[in-house]
Design a protein around this ligand. Structure first.
Ligand code: F6R
Length: 369
């Protein structure tokens, strides 16, 4: 059942290139535009939307945080992301012109379900992004875009997360396409880049041995910090969540720009800090700022574990450990940058003798509020 792997999680990490490719399958036509027939909300209705609100929990929430960057960039529609468990208790402002996106692997998460029910009661249309055919969340939504990750057995979400990202990008690009925003050329280019991204995920998987060795060497540590900026910030949060749930370690993700507002006080000798570095192309200002952050924390004794694009030489002098990822467009980087963090957490958990597929106190689908 585990296909030769020791754990379902390892199998599911390895299945990610296929999961990503399957989620794109049939959704990009020959001319390079998107055909999302499943999204049964008409183009006319989508053009009327003046706000997008994303609700989700845990890892799916991190996918939603990344989706916000993509949606606002490609469509110029304001987008909010909220933890489903917080959403309905603050009387959120919703109407017919709000598109609500509920992201859930299982389709049974009670918090997300209650949030979407609340949104529909206010007259909003709900689009579900879900991995489980016929589950409750898509059944109760106006439309659904299925992720085609296949069954995810390990409690910690891996391949479902990558496919949630793909689905979010597809929705963002589709909204951009339907609304004919000024980014049309960029949208076409990104659709082309997306169709090649499975290969990039595969290349990351082939280079994970040093990450495993590094994880094993850190098994005695108590704390690991994660830093990122822009879409790398949710990636940092996701890396920290994986480490908490699997390795039972204290792990925290920060937006790198916040370091000087408090977290830098945590840095001490030999503290492992994982830094997700944005591409030096694209938003190069952010890249340079993060390189300064790496310098600052290293000067204070941190052991820096740097995840950076191939060819990014600026990070080399400050990286105690360097993990290379393929170059991608800025917004798509989470698809490759998350993979080493999954492998890192899985290996650390194993080294600490933890049950990888069934972490203590957790359930695969959380059907209580
Ligand atoms: C973490 C994890 C959880 C889920 C969360 C939402 O690895 O798996 O944080 O992401 O419980 O679950 P779904 O997506 O099924 O709604």
């Amino acid at each position: 059942e585990k296909g030769g792997y020791d754990y379902f999680m390892l199998k599911e990490i390895a299945e990610q290139p296929k999961a990503v490719a399957d989620t794109l399958l049939g959704r990009i036509d020959g001319s390079g535009s998107l055909t999302l027939d499943e999204v049964r909300i008409s183009a006319a209705e989508l053009r009327e939307m003046d706000k997008v609100v994303i609700v989700a929990c845990g890892t799916a929430f991190h996918a939603g945080m990344i989706a916000k960057y993509a949606i606002e960039h490609w469509t110029r529609i304001p987008c909010e992301v909220e933890l489903a468990s917080e959403f309905r208790y603050r009387d959120p402002i919703l109407d017919q012109q709000t598109l609500v996106i509920a992201i859930s692997q299982s389709g049974e998460t009670m918090d997300t379900l209650m949030a979407l029910r609340h949104a529909r009661e206010q007259g909003s249309k709900v689009l579900a992004i879900c991995n489980t055919n016929g589950s409750t969340i898509p059944r109760e939504s106006d439309a659904v875009l299925y992720t085609h990750a296949g069954p995810e057995v390990a409690v910690a979400s891996t391949k479902a997360f990558l496919t949630q990202l793909v689905a979010c990008y597809l929705v963002a690009l589709y909204l951009g396409q339907v609304r004919g925003t000024k980014w049309a050329d960029e949208i076409r280019d990104v659709i082309r880049d997306l169709s090649q991204i499975a290969g990039a995920v595969d290349r990351v998987l082939e280079t994970m041995q040093p990450v495993r060795e590094l994880a094993r060497s850190l098994a005695h540590k108590n704390t690991v910090l994660f830093l990122g900026r822009h879409v790398g910030y949710p990636v940092a949060l996701e890396g920290a969540l994986k480490l908490k749930e699997l390795a039972y370690m204290h792990a925290e993700g920060f937006a790198a720009g916040e370091l000087k507002h408090g977290p830098i006080a945590l840095i001490e000798e030999d503290l492992p800090v994982v830094v997700v570095v944005p591409s030096p192309r694209g938003r190069s200002v952010l890249h340079d700022k993060i390189v300064s952050n790496i310098q600052e924390i290293r000067a204070r004794g941190a052991r820096t574990i740097v995840i950076a694009e191939e060819g990014d030489e600026a990070v080399v002098p400050y990286a105690d450990h360097l993990v290379r990822i393929p170059a991608t467009p800025t917004l798509l980087q989470p698809l490759v940058a998350t993979v080493p963090l999954q492998v890192f957490a899985c290996e650390l958990a194993t080294a600490r003798g933890n049950e990888v597929d069934q972490p203590r106190n957790l359930a695969k689908s959380v059907t209580v509020e």
